[in-house]
Design a protein around this ligand. Structure first.
Ligand code: UDP
Ligand code: MG
Length: 277
């Protein structure tokens, strides 16, 4: 088994496949480590899979994992983690936005005994104010401890084998890799990096996609939405008590429409009860 496995999730990245493999090979060769490069083709519509296969023909350290359709980056990373055999596993974006020249510093932290080496964004790039606000709300809803960990974190990480084993063994179906890594603990080192510009191609994330991704992660990873609904239930019941009093007073005073009191009391009571439940 190699010392290091590098996982590169790829969706429509034919323009960068050779570039990123070359850059990673250069770094790891300089470090004199044995390695494998797991290229996960996430159901690309372009020539990514062909380019990966060609690279694997030339260099047997390149391991192709070709998914049957596009499952999304989270699933592609999971597939890579399951295929990885290294004592350490490095995940990075294939578009060179995660600079390969950070690899030596990450490996040094791993050598120093850290189980998780987290590359954190030193700046959040060219984000607009709306995006920044949305990201802030997302991390706040994630809960303070995990949210704090996640702020500025990326999927650019080096994990020790024991962390990989724990994460692969987790029963989560809807996976939120960054969240899971923050959640499992272990000894974490942080290495800052500047997000680079894409080497070629375009991002596959639109605003709508990011919103769906955030919502899915919140629902799958955090109990905040559940708690929100429960609080809503208590507020509903509180307001309903006031409404019930008013309705009862009207009924006692004799100016209530027939049956109205019963309907108001039942609807309000059941609504609150359902939300709280
Ligand atoms: N990616 C993937 N499956 C997808 C979308 C993206 O494997 O469905 C990969 C993509 O090829 C890249 C990484 O995930 O290596 C990050 O994607 P992208 O650059 O589009 O996102 P951004 O950097 O803009 O957040
Ligand atoms: Mg990118």
């Amino acid at each position: 088994m190699p010392e290091l496995s590098v996982i590169l999730p790829m969706y429509n990245e034919e323009a960068v496949v050779d570039m990123v493999i070359e850059a990673v090979v250069e770094q790891l060769t300089a470090l004199e480590r044995s390695f494998e490069i797991i290229c996960v083709d996430d159901g690309s519509r372009d020539g990514t899979a062909t380019a990966i296969d060609a690279a694997a023909q030339r260099d047997d350290r390149v391991v192709p994992v070709i998914l049957s359709r596009n499952f999304g980056k989270e699933a592609a990373m999971s597939a890579g983690l399951e295929a990885a055999g290294g004592r350490g596993v490095l995940l990075m974006d294939a578009d060179l936005q995660h600079p390969p020249d950070l690899i030596p510093r990450m490996v040094a932290e791993w050598d120093a005994g850290f189980d998780v080496v987290d590359a954190v964004k030193a700046d959040r790039g060219s984000e607009g104010p709306v995006y920044a606000l949305a990201a802030g709300v997302f991390y706040a809803l994630m809960g303070t401890s995990v949210g704090e960990h996640l702020r500025n974190s990326s999927d650019f990480k080096l994990l020790d084998r024991q962390v990989v084993d724990v994460i692969v063994a987790m029963p989560e179906r809807t996976r939120f890799f960054r969240g899971l890594v923050a959640w499992v603990g272990f000894r974490v080192a942080k290495v800052p990096f500047m997000v680079q510009r894409r080497a070629a191609g375009t991002t596959s994330w639109g605003t709508w996609g990011l919103m769906q991704y955030s919502l899915r992660n919140l629902v799958a990873f955090s109990s905040a939405p559940l708690r929100f609904v429960a609080v809503l239930g208590f507020i509903t019941v509180g307001l309903d008590v006031l409404l019930a009093l008013q309705t009862l007073i009207n009924w006692l005073a004799g100016n209530a429409v027939d049956g109205f009191t019963t309907v108001i009391l039942t609807v309000g009571f059941l609504g609150g009860l359902i939300l709280i439940s």
